[in-house]
Design a binder for this molecule. Sequence first.
Ligand SMILES: Cc1cc2nc3c(=O)[nH]c(=O)nc-3n(C[C@H](O)[C@H](O)[C@H](O)COP(=O)(O)OP(=O)(O)OC[C@H]3O[C@@H](n4cnc5c(N)ncnc54)[C@H](O)[C@@H]3O)c2cc1C
Length: 509
Amino acid sequence: MPDTDSSPVFDVAIVGYGPTGATLANLLGSAGLSVLVIEKEADIFPLPRAIHFDGEVMRIFQSLGLKQEALAISRPGIQGMHFVNAANETLMIRGGTAALGPHGCANNYYFHQPELEALLRKGCQRFANVTVCLEHELLSVTQDGTLATLSVHKHSTHQAVTFQARYVVGCDGARSPVRKAMGSPLVDLGLRQPWLVFDVVLKRDVALPAHTVQICDPARPMTFCNVTGNRRRWEIMVMPGDDHEELVKPGSLWKLVSRWVTPADAQLERAAIYTFHSVIATGWRKGRLLLAGDACHQTPPFLGQGMCAGIRDAANLAWKLEAITQGRATDALLDSYEEERSPHVRSLIELAVKLGGIIQTTDPAEAKARDEKFAAGGPEIFELPAQSLGGSHFQNASHKAVGRPFPQPRLADGRWLDEVLGRRMTVMGRRDVIARVSTEVKRQWRDLDMQVLDTPDNAVNDWLQTHQVAAVIIRPDRYVLGVARNAQELEDLSRHLPAPHKLREEAAL
Ligand SMILES: Cc1cc2nc3c(=O)[nH]c(=O)nc-3n(C[C@H](O)[C@H](O)[C@H](O)COP(=O)(O)OP(=O)(O)OC[C@H]3O[C@@H](n4cnc5c(N)ncnc54)[C@H](O)[C@@H]3O)c2cc1C
């Protein structure tokens, strides 16, 4: 294990081995980059945290070759989420479905975060090019024109260690030392509230809801979640005047959930008080330093989207870092990262804050007015903001498919589309249109290691027809880079592809 100044220069150093860092390490590891992961703790964070992820995240696990393993430790969330008032009348519903969604996966999954983190870490063991240093704490990070230097404290020997990398990604959580080194400020989106999280394992069958229930009771707002197997969770708002130490004692905990379970029904697994935050950083990239996951955004968990957002960050960054380190793009490509990801993250946090405003109402008169408003309109059905990328660099951004995930249909030969797409940027389109594209542009596609599919499967043809286009370029992270109605438009679109770095340099020689 490298621990001196003479250690190799890594392509990418990842600080923090939570779900964001571990996903990024898998993505970069499978791309063949030399990756260093440093993590200050000896083991996975044991306290209760995420229990839900969405279909796009499962699709990212599929791209890591870990879908079957992820399915084995999760269950599809087909029952949805209900907001009810103190009288158990339904105010709002986020629907559930048993059908597969556009990603070729269920729309929602429930899981136990430590099991998922263990799976992601096991996934990294497949790659000899990923070096993981546990119990290594980042003390400081600096950068110059060519490299970033990490000063690290190795806990086991109390030694100071130095590492160097071309890029550093701070996946180092809410307190992110990398974010502090970058001087990227956090913008507060308005919600900061302590909640008690109480996880149990049922010892016997108990009649509890199969869906998630947000109990908007002004006397004590709570959330109930059916996790996986026998695991159940209550998130309980800490009220003004609550004594935090008293609250986490078993006697107080069981009293709070006594209308659902007793110690005879269930075993207390863990209880902890968290302060829910709603913040987003500005400045996710400063030169060679980047941020991902909780390091650059934190959301109250009412939508179960914090970890999902970090995993989407990793997928957005990974193919860009791969293209840059392999000489297929200049590092200007990284400038699109925050611009693309930040608007979607922000809209999710804003929705979670809005829902927090509904569930966290503790004034009885306000709660009554809220309930009357919902009663007048009937239960409101709500959805998450559609997954999309922000950014001004998309060539034909006005087309509704651009900057959105391409769906993953099952193909006529039984494969899923992503098995065909693999990890390469792909042009898919009608054969007659692709045939008319100039040799020069086709050479550019080859130089960029793009895949060309000119006899798309029926499911893809249906998509092209529905969207009234003849070809589509799909990025390695499955987002639509652009669409074209004819060969000329496909050529115009190709001029906006990432610029090949090495090729340009070679041409200049
Ligand atoms: C109660 C609760 C419920 C939640 N529910 C959901 C949910 O259902 N769905 C969902 O998507 N999200 C949920 N979340 C959010 C989710 O848990 C987080 O968003 C996710 O864990 C963030 O992952 P991360 O890898 O970015 O950061 P972290 O998991 O915080 O990992 C950061 C890592 O960096 C390490 N580190 C920090 N400093 C250093 C240093 N100096 N040197 C080396 N290593 C360092 C830390 O030890 C840690 O391992 C929930 C959170 C809470 C609290």
